[in-house]
Structure formats: C-alpha cells, structure tokens
Ligand binder design. Structure first.
Ligand code: DAH
Length: 338
C-alpha cells in the first residue's frame, strides 16, 4: 500500500493535463487499477480477524487518500487551464435573448399631447426643473407673503432656487424669450413636498400651455381645450367652466370634463357627472407686464394639464406610485403603439 501511495504521488506530480489525470485515475482506481486489484486479490483466508480489520481499514484510507489527491490535482489543473480567447467565436454558446424596451406611460401621454398641440401650431418648450423663486412665484403674481404660496409645498434649495412646483414657471420665462404673439406648451416634471399615497406624489408631471395674441378671450380658451380633449380621448367631449382662483389668471376657472364613463349621469368615478380636469384662465395683466408685454395690446389664456393624471386616466393606472417605482414590469405593459 505504501508503494502504491508513492507511485500515485509520483504520477500526480508529473501530470500536466486533465487527460493525463484521468489516465492516472484509471491506473489506480479504475476497475483494473492497482488499488482495486489489491483489494480483489487479497487472500483473506490467511488473515486473522484482526488482520482483516486492519487491512480493510488501511485499504479504505488509501482509497480516500487517492480520491482526495486526484480531486485536488483536478482543481489545480482546471484553474490553470488556458481560457478560451475572448475573440474566439463559440458556436456552441446558447443564443442571447434581447429584451425589447418600452416607453414609460407618462412619456407616451406626453408625446401624444405634444403631437396634438403641435398640430394646432403650438411650440413645445422645456424649462429647467431647478427654477428661480422669481419665475415660479413672483412673476406669476404670487409675492412673498401671498397665501397662495401655501398651496404649493415647495422644496427650497439655496440662493432663491427651488424645485419647480408647477410648469407655469415657464410662462414669463418663455414670454421674455420669444415675446408675443405666441402659442406654446411646457411639459415637464414638477416637485412638491407631499406625503406619498395612491393619488399623491412628490414628483409628477404637468403640461402648462399658453396663448398670447390680440383679442384672445375665454371663447378661444374653451374652443382650444375642447379640440385638444376630443383628440386626447378620441371622441367629442363636453366641458364646462367653473370659477377658480389662481393668482396668475383673471378670471380663473376650473375646466370640468363631462364624464366619459357615465356620459354625465353620475357614477362612482365622477360623482356628479363632471371630472375636474384643467385649471385655466385669462392671463393676469400683471403677469404680462412681468414679461414686458403690454396688457392693453395683448391678452392671452393659460392652462395647466395634469400630465400624470392624464396618463393615469388614459391607461387606467389606479395608483400613482407605480409611475415612479422604477420597476420595468410597469413599463413593459405599455406599447409604443398604444
Ligand atoms: N400651476 C397651477 C398648479 O400647478 C395650475 C394652473 C392653474 C395653471 C391655472 C394655469 C392656470 O395655467 O391658468 O396648481
């Protein structure tokens, strides 16, 4: 047994490949290998009980030793075996599946809305998410001490900068840049210091819009809103205006949509047949003045579409938290062709 052990160690020390190793295994532990033969050929009839016991035990130890050494050598050889070169083509490798990406439901709703407005001659303008307090509030006729500031819980940054609480911040910014007459929409992400629940998010999307020209009236506002909404919902819609207060419009309105589910009869979704949808109004003369536009010469209307809300209505998404959860399984449900 000692001799076999010695031979085994000698053979292993000169093994340089896995093939050679396999040959060693067969030579020692194979059916006709030396260890196996030793066990087979042992003449037990000449041994005492004690001797048999000792022999069996030694033989087992030898087998265990040999197996362990072979495994150890195998691991060593595998670790140092030359790897496949990286530029070598492995024709046996399984094919790689490609996952098709999908657009976020808000992106889809935004793209559709931009398309519709552009079809009516509106430009699409994107403003900054980090905004000055001036454009977000002051210029919109919401001075420092105005209670309307409480309506929008604000994330304050340094140096009079904030995360914009609404896309209306683009009104004066854009009017200063392009002047009047103008038709433009400002889709984008807004931020408010809100606790999150199924219908509230601290990060959401709006699409502000405005028209400034000569002789713009509430009739223009209603006509544009009706046309846009008919295209969004792909059918004729009825709307109504109720008075609403926003410091940057005068008069200000809440535009309600006649419920598309019950046709205005009243149902669990709408309650009384109307869905509050778009706050809007005629641009306050003070806002035009901030933009360097003479309110005696020009007038205009502005509206704020809740883009997140619109996407939720369009796709039947009941919980706003799905939109920012980052789980691709949400996106994958919405096709580009939706
Ligand atoms: N900016 C307002 C908000 O986020 C919404 C709004 C109200 C926009 C009236 C308008 C408007 O353009 O005329 O609460």
């Amino acid at each position: 047994m000692e001799k076999i052990k010695e031979l085994l160690l000698q053979a292993l020390s000169s093994a340089t490949s896995l093939d050679a190793l396999e040959k060693i295994r067969i030579d020692f532990l194979g059916r006709k290998g030396s260890i196996t033969t030793l066990a087979k050929n042992a003449d037990f009839s000449k041994m005492s009980v004690e001797e048999k016991k000792g022999f069996g035990q030694k033989l087992n130890e030898l087998k265990t030793f040999a197996t362990a050494k072979l495994v150890e050598m195998q691991e060593r050889l595998q670790a140092s075996a030359p790897r496949r070169k990286s530029n070598e083509l492995d024709l046996t490798a399984p094919g790689k599946g490609r996952r098709l990406g999908a657009l976020h439901p808000i992106t889809l709703a935004q793209m559709e809305l931009e398309d519709i407005f552009q079809g009516m001659g509106f430009s699409v303008v994107y403003g900054p998410e980090i905004e000055s307090e001036y454009f977000c509030f002051e210029a919109l006729n919401i001075p420092h001490d105005h209670p309307a500031r409480d309506m929008q819980d604000t994330f304050w940054l340094k140096n009079q900068l904030i995360l914009r609480t609404h896309t209306s911040a683009n009104q004066v910014r854009t009017l200063l840049r392009f002047g009047a007459p103008i038709r433009a929409i400002f889709p984008g992400r807004c931020f408010r210091y809100e606790s999150i629940d199924p219908s509230h998010e601290n990060t959401f999307y709006q699409c502000e819009g405005l028209v400034v020209d000569k002789n713009i009236s509430v009739a223009n506002l209603i006509a544009v809103m009706k046309t846009i909404l008919s295209q969004v919902f792909k059918r004729d819609v009825k709307v109504r205006l109720r008075p609403g207060y926003f410091p940057f419009v005068e008069p200000g309105f809440e535009l309600d949509l006649n419920c598309l589910i019950c046709g205005g009869k009243g149902c669990p979704t709408c309650g009384d047949g109307w869905i509050e949808l778009i706050p809007c109004g005629l641009i306050h003369p003070e806002v035009l003045r901030h933009a360097g536009i003479d309110p005696k010469e020009y007038s205009g209307f502005a509206f704020g579409v809740g883009l997140t809300r619109l996407a939720m209505m369009k796709f039947g998404i009941r919980d706003i938290r799905y939109l920012n959860c980052g789980d691709l399984r949400v996106n994958e449900q919405f096709s580009v062709l939706a």
